[in-house]
Ligand binder design. Structure first.
Ligand code: EPU
Length: 341
């Protein structure tokens, strides 16, 4: 376990925001985590569990302790040779895309559509990450955690995680109570590829056969054309969720704006595209100082260098207001805001 005081956060958040944290603890093993929370040391509260900081907007210095899980290791837990089903697990600190790449190279399907999503394994159940017609909840079997109030181990089954679109129990009733240490995923050597997303199918066909590797490559290609690389331009992926609305709201809007994209989500609810709504309000490519709206995807807010978290937050509020005024639809942030606002 490594403990640091007064640490700059710039390299710990993909927006590249320059704030400080009072204390940060790097946790490398489950044993360290248990020892940390067994009550012998009174750590400065609040705690904040930080993965790779790819879904967070700091708006001020953090006056508490940041927990930074570095638990590593990828394992095949169980393989049923006849059906091709298996369970593989990864430590919370494993880079998500390294795990996806490992699974695709082994010929294990299930995660390929989720290629190149920034972040670490430990954040995937919190957020229920998703892309190109797949959500990670469809693959998660269980989540191993440690209770940060007493150091005890608790395993959440898939059902207990209460997953929904970009949401789970870890963002609701159990928020901030558990440190994820390891996540278990169900994979298969007989994958049924999900090419329901039209542009993904087209890109795969350009590459050749419908194979796991081509799906991964196609996802990477599409992401590269639309999403900015956080190493070059600070961002946190989609800043807002896509709004789920009542059927009549979607129908009325579609009548008024026939080219508006409308989807049915897995539960059969109508979902709109925030990127389209924001784009239609004229925000794409707009910039105030160093805070801006990405020029290729209006759902992504960017830091061109020296923006503050507050400037990005204010920009997001203006966007919310204008989308509400034009379409009567309330956008909800996907990114977690941490700090004074
Ligand atoms: N659109 C526009 N203008 C824009 C952006 C989008 O008109 O500036 C339109 C597109 O043409 C398309 C629709 O809006 O018809 C949806 O856009 P896109 O396919 O790019 O996906 P998205 O709904 O904007 C979601 C996820 C992404 C994920 C992609 C691909 C959310 C909040 N975002 O974006 O996830 O990669 O689908 O599946 O659900 C993330 O969560 O950080 C993220 C990047």
């Amino acid at each position: 376990m490594m403990i640091y005081n007064n640490i700059p956060l710039k390299k710990y958040n993909t927006f590249g925001l320059d704030y400080m944290a009072e204390c940060m603890i790097h946790i490398r093993t489950e044993k360290e985590a248990t020892a940390l929370f067994n009550g012998t040391v009174n750590w400065k509260k609040p705690f904040l569990i930080l993965g790779s900081g790819s879904n967070i907007l700091f708006t001020s210095d953090f006056k508490g302790t940041i927990l930074y899980p570095e638990l590593k290791g990828i394992k095949i837990e169980k393989q049923e040779s006849d059906k091709g089903n298996l369970i593989a697990s990864a430590g919370a600190g494993v880079n998500w895309d390294d795990f996806v790449e490992w699974s695709v190279n082994k010929g294990f399907g299930g995660l390929e559509n989720l290629s190149q999503i920034p972040g670490k394994v430990g954040a995937t159940p919190i957020q229920n990450i998703g892309a190109y017609g797949v959500e990670v909840k469809d693959q998660i079997v269980k989540v191993k955690t440690i209770n940060i109030n007493d150091g005890s181990v608790r395993i959440f089954s898939n059902k207990e995680c209460e997953f929904s679109y970009r949401n789970s129990i870890f963002k609701n009733s159990e928020k901030g109570k558990y440190l994820v240490t390891r996540v278990y995923y169900s994979l298969t050597t007989n994958p049924l590829l999900n090419l329901s997303y039209e542009s993904l199918k087209e890109e795969v066909n350009k590459l050749g056969a419908e194979t796991l590797k081509n799906v991964r490559q196609a996802v990477i290609n599409i992401r590269r054309t639309k999403l900015p690389d956080p190493d070059r331009i600070g961002n946190a992926g989609s800043f807002f969720k896509n709004p789920v609305v009542q059927n009549y709201v979607a129908i009325n809007l579609k009548n008024e704006y026939p080219d508006m994209p409308v989807y049915k989500d897995q539960e059969g609810h109508m979902k709109l595209a925030s990127g389209w709504l924001i784009d239609r309000c004229g925000w794409k490519g707009k910039r105030t100082g160093d805070a801006g709206v990405h020029e290729k995807q209006a759902l992504v807010l960017v830091n061109y260098g020296k923006a503050t978290g507050m400037e990005i937050f204010k920009l997001s509020e203006e966007i919310k207001r204008s989308v509400y005024e034009k379409f009567g639809v309330e956008l909800e942030r996907e990114v977690e805001v941490v700090g004074v606002i």
